[in-house]
Design a protein around this ligand. Structure first.
Ligand code: 5GP
Length: 113
């Protein structure tokens, strides 16, 4: 069964896309926890960090280069922002398709709950 993110990637479900290339897509989170909240999603489905084989591990450098682009595009680079992967049940992951949150636009507290 397709994940919500696969449906968005396949344009079967709408989302506000702010960046897209052959390997990844960046969308606005439907339920933002800060003024700017984006999800960086690899087009290939990996359930979580453990699902990425050593052959595919380069996807992280790609995703982080996209983060650099998006934070510049969205003016988050000057004041800072947070990058989060909720991984697995205890990590708070709700969609089993690996994704990286970019959270910014306000001061964020630490530690998270
Ligand atoms: P997780 O909890 O798995 O790390 O994050 C999943 C995120 O996906 C949540 O922040 C949630 O608000 C977001 N989300 C869930 N469904 C949709 C959707 O249909 N569209 C968009 N744009 N975001 C979604």
């Amino acid at each position: 069964m397709k994940s919500i993110f696969e449906k968005i990637i396949d344009h079967e479900l709408s989302a506000e896309i702010i960046y897209e290339d052959g390997l990844s897509i960046v969308i606005k989170d439907i339920n933002p926890i800060s003024p700017k909240h984006f999800l960086v999603i690899p087009k290939k489905k990996y359930k979580n960090i453990e699902s990425i084989s050593s052959n595919d591990i380069h996807i992280f450098s790609h995703l982080f280069s996209i983060i650099q682009k998006v934070v510049a595009q969205e003016d988050l680079d000057e004041n800072g922002y947070r990058v989060v992967i909720n991984n697995g049940e205890y990590g708070g992951q709700t969609i089993d398709h690996l994704h990286i949150h970019i959270i910014g636009g306000r001061i964020l507290r630490w530690p998270p709950g």
